[in-house]
Design a binder for this molecule. Structure first.
Ligand code: ATP
Ligand code: MG
Length: 254
């Protein structure tokens, strides 16, 4: 059975999509069968995942109709994608009127779980009903964060949400916190890093993702970093992160 991982942080612009797309792609490079699901109506993960084909069905169509599939190939043989577009904003409202509204994505992904090693979900910058659907469907969360003021306050809010979600998804685990856009020239980076590591201990990944211009350029080429510049610091960091992530998974299984 595949594991479902949500990449979550209610704060905007902290590197959720960059992490979801590149973790998915790097796990694919490591020959894990991966499905990336874009659950943010902004559709950034869709445009970054080098999806093949012009017009496509979306996760919104799949959630609305169990007979629809929207799993597409990408330029990486081990990586498939379920895209989305702005229509998913409509789902936010429709879901609010549905019974069992928190469980729609979980039911949608159920039949795909045994086809993949990992299903990675990108989330919108909010703790709205789409994010709640992600958390209810997931086994684990990965929380990307930037080393800024108030980062710890933001983390407490996510942790509180996870605790609430455990009343309906008791097995939801924190896969780990990932420090993104890490800039070692900035003193605040170290201060925040120390606080986060002291407080969350081994729930913080050792790998950090540096601020790297190639990572910010790759979205405009519509590809994950490994297909844009494999030798960049950003590609090396996300490959290292994928390896650490897998090691943690193996340890968890024991
Ligand atoms: P949103 O909340 O809007 O969905 P997000 O949390 O998904 O945002 P991203 O879109 O991944 O964040 O990143 C925000 C911006 O920062 C993007 O322009 C992205 O290319 C850039 N970025 C992300 N990570 C890095 C990095 N390590 N180095 C440089 N730029 C980065
Ligand atoms: Mg995003």
């Amino acid at each position: 059975m595949g594991k479902i991982i949500s990449v979550v942080n209610q704060k905007g612009g902290v590197g959720k999509t960059t992490t979801a797309v590149n973790l998915a792609a790097c796990l694919g490079v490591l020959e894990k069968k991966v499905l990336l699901v874009d659950m943010d109506p902004q559709g950034n993960a869709t445009s970054m995942s080098s999806i093949q084909g012009e017009s496509f069905n979306t996760i919104y169509d799949m959630m609305a109709d169990p007979d629809v599939t929207a799993v597409y190939n990408t330029s990486l043989p081990f990586l498939k994608v379920i895209p989305c577009n702005k229509e998913l904003t409509g789902a936010e409202i429709e879901l609010l009127q549905t019974e069992e509204r928190e469980f729609v994505l979980k039911q949608t992904l159920e039949k795909l779980k045994n086809k993949f090693d990992f299903i990675i979900l990108d989330s919108p910058p909010s703790l709205n009903i789409l994010t709640i659907n992600n958390l209810v469907a997931s086994d684990e969360v990965v929380i990307p964060m930037q080393c800024e003021y108030f980062a710890l306050e933001g983390l407490s809010k996510i942790i509180e949400t996870l605790e609430n979600i455990r009343s309906i998804n008791p097995d939801l685990k924190i896969g780990g916190i990932l420090l993104t856009m890490y800039d070692k020239r900035v003193k605040l980076t170290y201060e925040v890093e120390n606080d986060v590591r002291e407080h969350f201990k081994d729930r913080v990944f050792n790998t950090v993702i540096p601020r790297n211009v190639k990572l910010s350029e790759s979205p405009s080429f519509g590809t994950p970093i490994v297909l844009y510049d494999i030798s960049s610091a950003g590609a090396k960091a996300y490959l290292g992160f994928a390896e650490e992530f897998l090691k943690k998974e193996r340890r968890r299984k024991k």
